[in-house]
Design a protein around this ligand. Sequence first.
Ligand code: SF4
Ligand code: SF4
Length: 461
Amino acid sequence: MPKKYHIHPKATPLDLDYIFKFKIVRGENCINCGKCSKVCIYEAHKRSKDDPRKMADPNTVVCRNCFRCIQECPRGALEKSLDNGFLSTGGAYWKSDMLISLWKQAEDGNVPVSGAGYRGPFTGTGFDSMWTDMSEIVRPTRDGIHGREYISTSVELGRRLNHLVFGAEGQLISKVPDTVDVSLPILFDFPADKLSSHVKLAMAKAAAELNTFVIMPVGDISAEFEKYDDNIIPRLSAEEIEGNKDIIKKARIVSIEYEDSLLNKLSTLKEKIKKISRALIIIRVPAVKDVEYTVTKLAHDGAEIIHITADYRGQELNSSTGTGSRHLKDIIRSVHQRLVEDQIRDEITIIVSGGIGAAEHVTKAMLCGADLMAIDLPLMIGLGARIYEDREKFLVFPEGLAKIPTAIVTQRMINLMGAWHSQILEMMGAMGIREARRLRGESGRAIFFEEIDKDTFGKLF
Ligand code: SF4
Ligand code: SF4
């Protein structure tokens, strides 16, 4: 049995304020009795340092929203209300609650608790309209998924053979293509915004530690990244290949931007790169309306790995969120189905990105038919970046980020992936799936709200 894969999270708080959901306000009728300071185990209520007869302003940041102080105050002097920062951050897709959860997971690597007392809706848009079959959760194995039971989250990148051919003597005739294993079905991708050099370095370091990859624009790869060559996927256009031979030579995988001309000359591109190195080739394809056609054509022409990129909400590119615009989950299902029909699905690797904002999205995207994801925004949110969907400046990094040491930035990315890894294990354990690669296309393990809604009420309305 292969060695178990472990991620080692470490509490790594940042000295930066992030969004909090509620603020506590102490009203004027407070009699400074101090009862709230006794009942709050998180020490949100303390006496003023300057005048111990009075209470200091409540420390909302440490509050865990148990409401005990509010219930026990003899004067009803405490109030909790939604904070303005919470209300103004995020948007329709990247909700403030999602941002807070990612930030907390990056702090300590713990699994967020959201099930107990859940009062939210049971369906929504995108991945929220998908439920997973957790029927195996009723008979957990004796010592659980973190004990003796082995669940593997590793996946393979590269072209695979549909079948093997053996000669008359029983010798293998098929040429088995090169593949690369990653321990998590997650790669790191660079967001469109400019990143400071220490964040880029931290992404490479975290990718190396986690045994995965970071996809980096080739222009960003400088000498300081040399140590992480094995975990960097240079991203470039076909025209840039000639000028970047040295970088390609060292890479295990390269990512090439899709352009229409590739539909007719993929083999020329492959030959050009294979002359420089044995690197596997990702073709990075935008998730536009006819992406199924592009992916299928590339797959038939011998593409090894295809990376489908949707927008930050997981929506089809070049479309509004209105009717007709598909979410990533529907795009993946459709692409997967086309490849299955063409009997070529098993041969290629499909990476997807856009709108992946929680560990459950990884598992759900795989059930729809993806092999693995590439993520960018969750890593930035873990560092304190805020998203404002309605504003011109979409991603806002915290002011103090530049002063935070690279080691801390790296550890927070590791923590976030540690929390996601634990959640993926929980979901897989509950579904009775022991290998992440077996999640791919297992749509029978999921229930799609749109489908049951249509089955149940379609005939009536
Ligand atoms: S319990 Fe109420 S009255 Fe007493 S100090 Fe706290 S807020 Fe003031
Ligand atoms: S709501 Fe609970 S955690 Fe928050 S300040 Fe009051 S007692 Fe402390």
